[in-house]
Ligand binder design. Structure first.
Ligand code: NAP
Length: 465
């Protein structure tokens, strides 16, 4: 795939970029490694000062950054502004908390003094997706830099403008040049970077096939990997749910970022007694959402990020219909040059249907009928993914009990599954392994070092004859 910004709202190529040669990418890693030698010795206070500057720059440039995202991948500007603000929050969170989280932990042993220290690893490679072009990167970079690591970024090929903007904002904040480098390379260039002797670990956020490939490459050279992959999050609606809250939350979660979010709700598992009423509310809310120009403030759903992604999604929808799903809304490709896809509702979806088994990365909802609570939990877990899940009920004890039964990295009750700098984020099963964010995220790329110090026995006294 060429490295280029192509406006998905009209198909126009905005800018193309020359791909770095493998030698140029390797030189950038060498430079990052050189920088790390001094960066690792900086104090938390100094790192925090630069990270706070970064968050101020993000807040100051949020409108410009939102326009860049709207142009490169179609995110409505309002949502882009919120994304830039969230990145600033993550920078502040780690600036304020990294030192305490990474403080050495004393452990009582027979030693005079023994403790666990958390030390940086060095150069960490981040392979990132286009769907949250800023957020995905900052949630890696803020903890990595605060822990004393340095980062090299291989961003998705359709958001090079965002990748370069992030690099320039770190430089403007005062980080040394090699602390964060953007590598303009395609996915075929990733293996060479993983194998570079100075790269110590890799984190990938993206699809399950990309995760498999990168993890096996890292495994070959015995480097640690963290994978944040796809999801097919179930939202379970029980008979005692507040149906208006449930319908609204479900629709918002399905349509955020035009449905292109790993933790968007994708399967709606509703118990039989309330399925009819929930469906009516859900379809009405999906129909009311305004699809259109991402630069228009009234737009709630922009185009998909690329035309090939739209073609792939439509193929999954047609296959789901062929396998028995009923169309309640949408499912028709609109005319025009943009990569728009209409909010779509498929009913009667069952295991074995692509809308149940696969990740649908766009504004397509799968409605699934469950007999009762136990059946709903069974259907929620009948997936190869395990990222997030939610349950709607007025009975909080019941909600917590069901939440604990979900096979997922996060479980929310009466609320939209969302990432938060303070809470760990990640999945199980084919949604990946490892965690980002919170205190767990910053500890993924550190050397957990046991330090054991034993005092010498008192020296024997030598008397004079
Ligand atoms: P993708 O095709 O897997 O791409 C993600 C990144 O990986 C891009 O930088 C891509 O580079 C690179 N890549 C792709 N194949 C590769 C390979 N074989 N070797 C090395 N690098 C490779 O995913 P996407 O379509 O951009 O993003 C959507 C997917 O990401 C969805 O499945 C979504 O659920 C998942 N996602 C997960 C999370 C999470 O936190 N769990 C968050 C957001 C998105 P190119 O662009 O150059 O191909």
């Amino acid at each position: 795939m060429a490295i280029a910004s192509i406006n998905p709202a009209n198909g126009e190529t905005v800018k193309t970029y020359r791909e770095m040669t493998p030698q140029e990418a390797a030189a950038a890693v060498d430079e990052a490694h050189e920088t790390w030698k001094s960066w690792r010795a900086t104090s938390f206070a100094e790192r925090a000062r630069l990270m706070k500057k970064t968050s101020a720059i993000l807040r100051g440039r949020k409108n410009e950054l939102a326009k860049l995202m709207a142009t490169e991948m179609g995110k409505p500007v309002k949502q882009g502004v919120a994304e830039a603000e969230k990145c600033a929050l993550a920078c502040d969170y780690y600036a304020d908390n990294a030192e305490a989280i990474l403080a050495p932990q004393a452990i009582a042993t027979e030693a005079t003094r023994s403790y666990v220290a958390f030390e940086p690893l060095g150069v960490v490679l981040a392979v990132m997706p286009w769907n949250f072009p800023l957020w995905q990167v900052y949630r890696f970079a803020a903890p990595a830099l605060m822990a004393g690591n340095v980062g090299v970024l291989k961003h998705a090929s359709n958001v090079p403008g965002a990748a370069l903007a992030i690099e320039s904002m770190f430089l403007e904040a005062g980080f040394p040049k090699g602390a964060f480098r953007t590598l303009l390379i395609g996915s075929a260039g990733v293996q060479g970077v993983i194998e570079h002797r100075h790269v110590r670990a890799v984190t990938l956020t993206g699809s399950t096939p990309a995760g498999r490939s990168v993890a096996s490459q890292a495994g070959q050279v015995l480097k640690k990997s963290v994978l944040e992959l796809g999801g097919s999050d179930p939202y379970v609606v029980l008979e005692d749910a507040d149906l208006e809250l449930a319908a609204q939350t479900c629709v918002n979660s399905r349509l955020i970022n035009a449905g292109q979010s790993c933790i968007a709700a994708k399967r709606f598992v509703v118990v039989a007694p309330v399925l009819g009423e929930f469906t009516d509310r859900f379809v009405a809310l999906m129909r009311a959402k305004k699809v259109g120009d991402p630069f228009d403030d009234a737009t709630e759903v922009g185009p998909l990020a690329r035309h090939d992604l739209r073609a792939g999604l439509h193929k999954q929808v047609l296959a789901s219909i062929e396998r028995g799903a009923r169309v309640l809304l949408g499912a028709q490709l609109p005319p025009g040059p943009g990569a728009f896809y209409p909010p779509t509702v498929l009913a009667g979806v069952k295991p074995g249907n692509p809308a149940f088994d696969e990740e649908l990365f766009g504004p397509v909802a799968a409605l699934i009928e469950a007999k009762d609570e136990a059946d709903a939990v069974r259907l929620a877990n009948a997936t190869t993914f395990g990222l997030g899940a939610a349950v709607f009920t007025r009975d909080l004890q019941r909600g917590e009990r069901v939440a604990r039964l979900f096979e997922s990295g996060a479980a929310f009750v009466n609320s939209l599954v969302a990432s938060d700098p303070r809470l760990p984020f990640g999945g199980i099963k084919e949604s990946g392994y490892g965690r980002e964010l919170g205190s767990f995220g910053i500890k993924e790329f550190v050397n957990v070092k046991s330090v054991y110090v034993k005092a010498l026995p008192p020296a024997p006294a030598f008397g004079t004859e």
